[in-house]
Ligand binder design. Structure first.
Ligand code: NAD
Ligand code: MG
Length: 394
């Protein structure tokens, strides 16, 4: 690693990307920005390039990249503009890069994260969809590429923080009985099943505790986010579905817990602010100032806990089921969910249609072993077709 770590941020214009830049800006002696990437937000990326002076700026979209190139040229910037998926892989695997923040949303994040794994980078993984789709392949790539993987998802980051230093690949050997994954319960925790039918995108986008991108905010409302996180925990910590328990904790202050065989339960607490896990992973093993204020216990007052309702929120059950099924089932779940969330946000389907559409895609799919990246990408493609076909029929 270089003295000053060079960082590529995939998804720099998103919620996680911006918070990563906020933490990096607090430590100019420790980090420099090598590359910033986005889908098509040329204007936001332009402002970020002006402030952080990356060597590369990458957009997925060609015409957005052309507009960014013109803007940067006019401003006399040295930043080079690239576009397309192979450019995303290029800045993830570049020999001069030390750290890759993988914060693209959805299946689109898979290939660049994989490139970082093969190239042996320190990967800060926010893009949980990569592990959901291809956890086995990705963990192998991390190991074979000599990469190191630090979870950014607040729950997994919490678990990582309270696991023993010398963690093994087997929970039992580390003295761990189970993982307690906390969940806020989302904005509809107390909404009746009947009222859930009529929920609007605007209501669903109003998360009680966290400010996040639209896709993960809807996932939090359906509890699919927790389902994806169960699968993520399975791959990160080698935990079976029976060793992962979801605990609804509406305050979102305990970010997750690990229970040991002696009955001890260790938890990580903090304000619900993603700059804590981001700073933890950037600095690891050193602790860095993140800008997150102290936790005020007297304002919080109390902690509540309840069991998740998998009947009212079938997405969580579907995720557990697809983890048990294995193979390409989680990739199908993920792809159908992406189609369903986009359709809900465009008001083409109702809130409670989201799990219906996913379940139908899973039932109609021919589940295969997830033996290669191609098989996973093909399962993703088929599931999107099935999900779209469901929409045409309903
Ligand atoms: P966001 O929607 O705010 O940002 C997404 C970023 O990805 C943007 O920069 C966008 O330009 C880029 N992007 C989108 N589609 C792309 C494509 N096809 N190709 C290349 N780039 C693309 O999302 P977010 O809330 O920052 O979440 C990012 C990831 O982090 C997600 O996987 C999410 O589940 C995970 N995560 C987010 C939070 C949070 O607090 N926001 C917490 C935990 C995990
Ligand atoms: Mg999370």
């Amino acid at each position: 690693m270089h003295e000053v770590k060079r960082v590529t941020i995939l998804g720099a214009t998103g919620t996680i990307g911006k918070q990563t830049l906020d933490v990096i800006a607090r430590h100019p002696d420790k980090f420099s920005v090598f590359a910033l990437t986005a889908n098509a937000s040329a204007d936001v990326l332009f402002e970020q390039c002006r402030q952080y002076l990356p060597r590369y700026a990458v957009l997925l979209d060609e015409s957005a990249a052309e507009s960014l190139r013109q803007q940067l040229l006019a401003a006399g910037s040295q930043t080079q503009v690239l576009w397309g998926i192979s450019a995303l892989e290029f800045v993830s695997a570049h020999p001069e890069v030390d750290v890759v923040m993988a914060a693209i949303v959805g299946a689109a994040g898979l290939k660049p994260a994989m490139a970082a794994a093969h190239a042996g980078k320190r990967i800060l993984l926010a893009n949980k969809e990569t592990l959901v789709m291809s956890g086995g392949l990705f963990m192998n790539a991390v190991e074979q590429g000599g990469a190191s993987l630090l979870p950014i998802d607040s729950e997994h980051n919490a678990i990582f923080q309270v696991m023993p230093e010398a963690r093994t690949r087997h929970l039992g050997e580390s003295g761990i009985r189970r993982i307690l994954l906390t969940a806020s319960g989302g904005p509809f925790r107390n909404t009746s099943a009947m009222d859930l039918e009529k929920v609007t995108p605007r209501q669903a986008l109003n998360h009680p505790n966290w400010v996040m991108g639209p896709k993960i905010t809807i996932d939090s409302a359906t509890l699919m986010n927790k389902g994806l996180e169960v699968i993520e925990a399975h791959w990160l910590f080698n935990a079976g579905p029976e060793q992962i328990e979801v605990v609804v904790h509406p305050q979102s202050v305990i970010h997750s817990m690990v229970e040991y065989v002696d009955g001890s339960v260790l938890a990580q607490l903090g304000n619900p602010d993603m700059r804590t896990p981001i700073a933890f992973a950037l600095g690891y093993p050193e602790r860095l100032e993140s800008g997150v204020p102290s936790l005020d216990f007297f304002t919080i007052g109390k902690f509540d806990f309840e069991a998740p309702d998998m009947v009212k929120f079938p997405c969580l059950r579907l995720a557990f089921d697809s983890l048990r099924t294995g193979g390409t089932a989680p990739a199908i779940l993920n792809a159908a969910n992406e189609v369903a969330v986009a359709a809900f946000l465009n008001e083409r389907i109702g809130f409670t249609d989201i799990p219906r559409m996913i379940e139908s895609a899973l039932e109609q799919s021919d589940i295969q072993p997830a033996s290669s990246l191609d098989s996973v990408i093909e399962a993703d493609r088929q599931a999107r077709l099935l999900a779209n076909a469901w929409m045409d029929k309903h």
